[in-house]
Design a protein around this ligand. Structure first.
Ligand code: HMG
Ligand code: MG
Length: 300
């Protein structure tokens, strides 16, 4: 029997804000993260230490990380592409880093200017340093169901990349449907392949769904059925990847939590508080709230 405890990883401050047109003032980012910390969320991906030439929206990552209140019961992670980013993170006392790669060479090329193989070398080097320093390391693989440049992606390609990331000791691997093209059936086939690779268990996997085609909630439901108990999401459904043209934001945290609670899962999250945060940030960045639940609660 699977547990009914689910961990929600809020990625809005990073995945969400990296892709909005406006550059949000640092103080507003800090305010958002502090509010999220008070909703019962246990994991928040706060920012990324990437090249500001590539992603100008994340140029103030050090100030954001330094400025937020660190609540005892919340884990704050940051995304890093290379040793340069890791060193910045370590100098600030970051306790968890997220490394990333993809299942296709075209995507790693567009996103991080290297091949999958080179990207995995970065991951291995970063993980080695993190291991020595006892820094928790999570990994995310992009394009697990489809690639904006190569189209359909075979589950075997994903499993192969995941195997390396498991081998080097990442405590969790997030499977990213970067452009939101997966369907529940595809998710099921992907987990068949993952199970074949691990010898049956999937407890170190998480799912990171974007909602471009409106399939995220259905996909998450299928993953829940498969036994997955960790999901990434963005408050108000913010964001997308700047190097994945046409992709929209993650599944909204509000819609995810509504689904999970409806299925009898425990998240520790106060949905009303979360809805307030989603409406607050949507107003601040002047975009309509993409969460269905957020909008439904507003009009009540
Ligand atoms: P590059 O141009 O090949 O690297 O970029 P470079 O080493 O030549 O560096 C270029 C410049 O950036 C240099 O500055 C470096 O110092 C600087 P210059 O000498 O020209 O003044 N630089 C840095 N600055 C700050 N922090 C760093 C850093 N590294 C280099 N860490 C690189 C390679 C990896 C740096 C670049 O491609 C990059 O930053 N890419 C990140 C792109 C990104 O953030 N994408 C979004 C996140 S991934 C995502 O959203 C997907 C996910 O959500 C899952 C899913 O949905 O599938 C996770
Ligand atoms: Mg993403």
């Amino acid at each position: 029997a699977f547990t009914n405890m689910v961990r929600v990883v809020e990625v809005g401050p990073r995945d969400g804000l990296q892709n909005i047109n406006a550059v949000l003032p640092t103080g507003m980012k800090i305010k958002l993260i502090n509010q999220l910390s008070q909703t019962g969320l246990r994991s928040i991906e706060v920012t990324s230490f990437v090249s500001p030439k590539w992603v100008p929206q994340m140029a103030d990552s050090s100030e954001v990380y330094k400025g937020i209140s660190k609540y005892m019961d919340v884990d704050y992670s940051v995304l890093v592409p290379n040793v340069k980013g890791l060193e910045k993170a370590l100098s600030l006392g970051v306790k968890e880093v997220v490394i990333f790669t993809a299942a296709t060479d075209s995507f790693t090329h567009h996103n991080t200017n290297c091949t999958i193989k080179e990207s995995l070398r970065h991951c291995i080097t970063i993980r080695q340093i993190c291991k020595e320093r006892k820094i928790r390391t999570r990994a995310v693989i992009s394009c697990v169901a489809g690639c904006p440049y190569e189209g359909e992606v075979k589950p075997t390609k994903v499993a192969k990349v995941a195997e390396t990331l498991l081998d080097i000791g990442c405590y969790e691997i997030g499977l990213g449907d970067t452009i939101g093209v997966a369907t529940p059936k595809k998710m099921g086939l992907l987990f068949n392949e993952i199970r074949a690779m691990t010898g049956g268990d999937i407890w170190r996997f998480a799912v990171h769904c974007h909602d471009t085609y409106g399939q995220a909630v259905a996909n998450i439901y299928e993953c829940l059925r498969q036994g997955i108990r960790v999901f990434d999401s963005s408050v108000a459904g913010l964001g997308g990847c700047p190097y994945a043209p046409g992709s929209s934001g993650n599944v909204s945290t509000e819609d995810l939590v509504y689904l999970l609670h409806g299925e009898g899962m425990e998240t520790g999250i106060d949905l009303d508080k979360l809805v307030d945060v989603g409406n607050f940030i949507s107003e601040q960045i002047c975009v309509p709230n993409r969460s269905k639940v957020g909008n439904a609660c507003l009009s009540k």
